[in-house]
Design a binder for this molecule. Sequence first.
Ligand code: MN
Length: 338
Amino acid sequence: MYEQAKDIQTLIESAQKILIIQADNPDGDSIGSALALEQILSDMDKEPLLYCGMDMPTYLRYVIGWDRVSQDFPSAFDLSIIVDASTMALLEKLSAAGYERMLANKACIVLDHHEIVKDTIGFATITINDHTRAATGELIYLLAKQLSWPLSLRTMEYIMIAILGDTQGLSNDLASPQTYRILADMIEAGVDRTAIEQNRREYSKMPPRIYRYKAHLIERTVFSHDNQVASVSISQDEINEFSPLYNPGPLIQGDMLQISGVKVAIVFKNYKDGKVTGAIRSNAGYPIAAKLAERFGGGGHAFASGFKVTDGRSFKDIAADCLQVSDELLNELYKSEN
Ligand SMILES: [Mn+2]
C-alpha cells in the first residue's frame, strides 16, 4: 500500500488536463507505463497528454499508441506525472527547451522504481520511488488496485509490456513473486502475452544492412580484465547512419553477455560534440551496473544502467576509466563474497 495514494487521488481529481512525461531514455517500461496511465485517465474522463523529449526508438513502435507521444511540450495542463524516472538528468530535453519552470509551477507526481537516483526532481509534489518493484508499470498496477482505478484490457496490456520490458520477459532478478502474480492476474483477465511477444519480435527484426553492421561491432568488441568486460565503441558517423534503423546497443549487447566469462557488457557512444554515453548491462550474479553508471554521473538498475558525460574529457579517457572502474567493482564484489 502506498501512503501517498490518497494525495495522488486528490491531485488527479482536481485536474482535467494531465501531462504524462517520459524521460529522455524511453524504454518498454516507460512507454508501457505512460500509455497505461493515459488509458486509466481517459477512462476517468480526464484529458491525458503524452510527452517525451526524445524520438520513440524504433524497437518500441510495436506498442500501439506510441505515436500519440508528442515531442512538443503542451502550452497548458493542470498536473503532470513523470513515469519511470526521478532524476532531472533524464529530463534534459525538456529543461533545455525551457519548460522546467512551467512543470515546476504545476503539481507534479513522480512514479519510479530506480534504486540509485542523483539530482532528484525537487519540485515534485509527490514522489513514489519504489525500488522493490520490477517496473514502474508494476507500481502503477498496485496503485490502480489500491485506488480502484479502472483497469481495462488495453491498460493491462500496456502494464504487461512495461513489466516484460524491464524484466526482459520475466527473466532477470527484478521480477519478484508478486510480479509473476500480477502477470498471472492480467493473463487471467484476458491479456494475450503471446500476441504481445510476437508483435514485439516482428518489430525488432533488423534490415540486412544492420545484420552486416552487427558483424563489424562483433569484430570491434574489446575484451578487458581477463575477458570479464566486453565493450564496443560507436562513432557519431555510425550513430547517424545506423541508429535510425536500429539501436546499436540492443543489437549487440545481449550477444556480448552470452560470451563465456563476460560479466559486464558496455556500449560506448562517442558523439562529435564531445558527449560520451555508456549503456551498461551485466549478467546475473554481477549487480554492478548501477554503481558503475553512478561513477560517471548516471544511474539505473543493478543489471542495466547508463551514463552520459559532457565535461570535456576525451572519449579515450572516459572509456579507459569506465573499464578500470568495472574492474574495481568486480573485484569489490568478489571480495565481499569471500
Ligand atoms: Mn523502469
